[in-house]
Write a protein that binds this ligand. Structure first.
Ligand code: KG4
Ligand code: ZN
Length: 332
């Protein structure tokens, strides 16, 4: 089966073509430069940029795939969660293509798409596994019992992990998005320089909280003279990153123990983080666990993961009708 995937939930316009054997194309156009000047995604600008980009991006994904549009057998599109205007562009485009080509359409939960990035890369991945989804908008620990059968074990009660990276980078004025900048700077810093708080919220708790950490960084920074901040910038961001990572890694390991599962998968933009990947690799070795780390390009938003989830459902005969609508606040 040949499936076209479309993703427009936030600030990436993305399309991909997958078939039963492999991912054929994966085209992503990021709007980063458009939003950078505002220090965050501006929803209305995002929708308009999706409108401008969607046709050429989809053309490229199909043309480079070796298939023609008439060989497509299904469409998968992100239906939520995300920005309503941005989602509507992708969803309505997908509906038009499905109607014109008379092929089935399936709406995909973006968070489930992130989990499917692991299947895309490791078709032989075994079940069940614990998936840590860490993105700009979400932080969740999920027990994946089967594809489509998820138990959410914990989630953030305030900021998402990626959001914390972005907000700390903003308050330190070091660039947007914060994750990649802090990742790079941290590599030269001393992660023990400042002992920022770790929000464990009780020994058995699998929920996350990052807003206190963000405030702790703000309070610390406000008390230091500018010269000191400049000299120790890498140490401060490295200490902040270590506080985030300790909690992400610690709670994921706790989930594996609590649920007797020895497989971990990562998903979402923060899963690109160099130190996070290293920490998980070390822990997996130490605890003799299987670890699945999607390639960085499958961690941040893309349509390859959406096409993979779509292929899975469409092959099982699961499809939506043209009444399909966006769900901006969709949960897993
Ligand atoms: O999954 P994603 O592309 O979009 C959402 O669904 O939210 O994740 C974007 C988030 C941003 O907050 C960005 O700062 C973070 O992922 N990110 C990183 C890294 N690369 C992207 N965070 C930490 N380290 C990175 N290398
Ligand atoms: Zn995402």
């Amino acid at each position: 089966m040949v499936v076209l995937g479309i993703e427009t939930s936030c600030d990436e316009t993305a399309a991909a073509v997958i078939d039963d054997h492999a991912l054929r194309t994966n085209v992503v156009l990021s709007q980063l430069n458009l939003h950078r000047q505002f220090g965050g995604v501006v929803p209305e600008l995002a929708s308009r940029a999706h409108l401008r980009a969607i046709l050429p991006i989809i053309h490229k994904a199909i043309n480079d795939s070796g298939y023609t549009k008439f060989q497509l057998e299904g469409i998968a599109v992100t239906k939520g969660p995300g920005l309503i205007g941005a989602l509507l562009v992708g969803l309505n485009f997908a509906k038009a293509v499905a109607l014109a080509l008379q092929i089935p359409i399936v709406g995909i939960n973006h968070l489930e798409g992130h989990i499917f990035a692991n299947l895309l890369e490791h078709p032989d991945i075994k079940l069940p596994f614990i998936c840590l989804i860490v993105s700009g908008g979400h932080t969740q620990l999920v027990l994946v019992e089967d594809w489509g059968v998820y138990k959410v074990l914990g989630r953030t009660i305030d900021d998402a992990a990626g959001e914390a990276f972005d907000k700390v980078a903003k308050l330190l004025k070091i660039g947007y998005p914060g994750g990649p900048v802090i990742d790079r700077l941290s590599q030269q810093g001393d992660s023990k320089f400042v002992d920022f708080p770790r929000a464990w919220m009780g020994n058995e708790n699998l929920d996350f909280s990052f807003s206190g950490l963000k405030t702790a960084v703000l309070n610390y920074v406000q008390k230091q003279p500018p010269q000191f901040l400049k000299e120790h910038l890498v140490d401060i961001v490295s200490s902040f990153q270590a506080a985030v990572l300790d909690v992400l890694v610690g709670k994921t390991l706790l989930a594996t123990q609590k649920f007797g599962v020895n497989r971990i998968a990562l998903a979402g933009g923060v899963a690109r983080n160099t130190a996070l990947r290293q920490r998980f690799s070390q822990e997996a070795d130490k605890n003799k666990m299987e670890l699945y780390l999607p390639t960085p390009d499958f961690c941040t938003d893309n349509a390859a993961m959406i096409s993979c989830a779509g292929l899975h459902y469409l092959k099982k005969g699961v499809a939506d009708d043209l009444e399909l609508d966006v769900s901006p606040s969709l949960n897993l």
